[in-house]
Write a protein that binds this ligand. Structure first.
Ligand code: HEC
Length: 152
């Protein structure tokens, strides 16, 4: 076997090893949201998880929603829906953009509660004392915050 063949075989062996290694160990780079709960362990407990820019003006519906949110949701999801580490996630977050969590997801969350799946903060209980219409106003408020913060 001459040196050219040896070189070709060596390149082949090395590149298949590199290919195997990349497939086996490299992190997926396709930009899909991770299915694993995000690591929030570097944040202190109960602090807001994101910086929320408040829009200069809210629509009338969103203002109603803001009132509902502050009464029924902010104790967990934080002021301006910025989240509270260890308690509840920010709703001003790309996980909750309209294509991923529709307004209906908000209605169902309030009605039935949510089993913990995106974060490690435990379950959300069903929320008493809000109608579906109230929650749709709350969703309006969250959407206007999301929009101002470039979530969609
Ligand atoms: C007792 C704390 C608590 C209260 C009060 C609360 N939430 Fe939640 N909420 C959570 C937690 C914790 C999660 C995250 C669950 C997970 O790990 O995915 C969550 C998740 C959600 C989600 C995502 C649902 C999904 O399908 O993934 C929505 C939407 C939501 N909350 C809306 C609301 C609204 C609207 C209110 C007020 C009407 C509210 N929450 C009140 C704790 C709370």
């Amino acid at each position: 076997m001459n040196n050219t063949y040896k070189a070709i075989i060596a390149v082949f062996v090395l590149s298949s090893f590199a290919f195997y290694w990349a497939a086996r160990y490299a992190a997926p780079q396709d930009g899909r949201p991770s299915l694993q709960a995000p690591d929030t362990s570097t944040l202190a407990e109960n602090v807001p998880m994101v910086d929320v820019v408040v829009p200069p003006e809210l629509s009338a519906d969103a203002l109603m929603g803001q009132r509902g949110f502050e009464a029924k949701c902010a104790s967990c999801h934080g002021t301006n829906a910025a989240g509270q580490n260890g308690v509840a996630p920010p709703l001003v977050h790309k996980t909750y953009e309209p294509n991923h969590h529709s307004d209906m997801a908000f209605v169902l969350a309030a009605k039935n509660g949510v089993r913990s799946h995106h974060w490690r903060f435990g379950d959300m209980p069903p929320i008493d004392g809000v109608t579906n219409a109230d929650v749709l106003m709350i969703a309006r408020y969250i959407r206007e915050l999301q929009k101002e913060n470039g979530i969609f």
